[in-house]
Design a protein around this ligand. Sequence first.
Ligand code: IVH
Length: 716
Amino acid sequence: MLAGTMSTDPEIEQRMAALRQQLNQAAYQYYTLDAPELPDAEYDRLFRELQRLERSHPELRTSDSPTARVGGRLLEGFATVQHRVPMLSIRTETDTTAEGAENFERHIRNYLAGEQRRHELEPTDPRYRAQPLCADAVRAVAGLPIAYVAEPKFDGLAMNLRYEGGVLVQAATRGNGAEGEDVTQNIRTIGQIPLRLRGSAPPVLEVRGEVYMRRDDFEALNETQRARMAAGDKVAKTFVNPRNAAAGAVRQLDPAVAAQRPLSFFAYELGEITPPDQGGPDFACHWDVLQALKGWGFPVSDLSRRAQAPADLAAFHTDLAARRDRLPFDIDGVVYKVDSIPLRRELGFVTREPRWAVAHKYPPQEQLTVVQAIDVQVGRTGKLTPVAKLAPVFVGGATITNATLHNELEIQRKDVRVGDTVVVRRAGDVIPEVVSVLPERRPQATVPFQMPARCPVCGSAVIREEGEADHRCTGGLFCSAQRKQALLHFASRRAMDIEGLGDKLVDQLIDGGLVRVLPDVYRLTVGDLAALDRMAEKSAQNLIDALQKSKQTTLPRFLFALGIRHVGERTARDLAVQLGSLEQIMAADAERLLQVPDVGPVVAESIHAFFQEPHNRDVVAQLVASAIHWPAASASTAAPQTLAGKTFVLTGALPTLSRDQARALLEAVGAKVSESVSRKTDYVVAGSEAGSKLARAQALGIAVIDEQAMRQLIGQ
Ligand code: IVH
């Protein structure tokens, strides 16, 4: 009987190994290549099967099992880990771009020349040099070019990942460089980190790299946290920047919480590795190490470049600075590294810094400044946003004087008061934000901020709906702030595209009573406009022409221009395509609207309510009566659908367009934009950092084009 049970074990063991292999492969495709192949439902099914088998055969559970990714028992603290190869810090170059790179090379050449002299003078003295310099060092002393690799300096946390027999056995923070903390359980939850190395792996391999949080993941995490706070969750808090959020997640004592924090990883160095004479790989240069890391299944940044001279390094520094805002993650500078491994060995360290690497930083994206006032702005939908008016400060490449405080809860939590010295952050395209207060610098006699009970613009009552974080003005279109925002939105480029109808003019039109409801803009005359401040006859006529021109539009643009809550460009397009005409849309009940893709109950209700409201029906009727029109047949858009039926995938940072802009351009000519590369993809538009989807496109033989070629296809 016992023998009978035993005999099934090899089968079960095999089945479990096969499941692990399949699930790990699927995770690699999903997280690292960003190109999922296994349907989610199938993944879940296999995952549950493995979980079941592990429960009934705990002795067959292994540490590379994907079930180990979802957290585990609560930790009491983190064990200390001795790093087998110390995790060094890096010298920071503070000189200008060009000089910084030249200093780096000069230091290297001077040091090597000194070593060579010593060896010549004292060839046998073991205190100096036992061996002559390596070939690359001799070449460097002779003045020949030195090969480098330039990499982004990722703004996250350094991590050492130890693999034994190809399996992840330990993840440790850098700590003080000699010892760090064992955070294996939390690191296992990062989908981009392989639990088992791909291909053939040396018996021992330590991979070093940066754990970080993408900017979009960070924004989304903070949104969720804000919603939790609004719903009364007392322990929820927002994070000041992606690095702090990542650090918090890595040091979470509850791995289940860590598993919900979206972390990413880039590999960039090795720690301990089986030496070549014991069967480990023998790398000639760092570039080969980076390629090997990719082969083992790690994400490696494709922003990194090889270089031959300080001028190349400086150019890398300058180029990346220009693109920094558009990258999907924070970087705080660049790192220059010597490429040749023998040369690195030759160069060694001074104190705790290698001579073969240097960091060259960028100006910080956070700065200190003083809050001079807290204003409350009223948006198009009546949302009240508190905004800190700041003493001007240069941060993240621009001078800022305003920073959002989001809502009352955020202000209360951070306790921001007028007079406070605060940390402001501006990163990428994200709106500048007050992240924290320095309490020790608070002047005397400050008062906590309070949201006004009446709208600062129209005096209507302000309410905060149950379970919502935002306060709203109840004035509706009676509120001139809301009217102004509504008019600006109506006129904006992606709505009715009325050229020349900007901030200043809108202020005058609304404040002067010339425009009370939207249709009034189409009743303006040259005479009305010419009477305004700084408005010559000529510019008045230009605006009238622009208004005339805007009447020829598309249904999606018109719908978007109406400013219905929750109706963005995409929803407007879907409504037009699905329902065909304005009349149908206005007549649709919530149930019919729910059939439109991506329209959920909240959006459906918002659209239905908008068109039920007699005032709104009247506004729409007046606009249509003022000769606004769109081609009835091609309801979707006015542009010729030259790319209808073609599927595009966007990846990486494009040189001049954001993802959204590129998507809008493609969709405007009928193309479909999809998230992942499959055999059905026609084109992959690749910018920098395009690693995984690009690799997948190449593997499938799909056309890869750049932004310029994409513009040509669109016919721009
Ligand atoms: S190399 C001895 N490469 O910078 C050099 N570090 O090193 C070992 N960092 O705490 C590190 N991006 O967290 C290296 N491309 C990169 C990096 C990088 C960011 C961080 C790392 C470390 C700090 C100083």
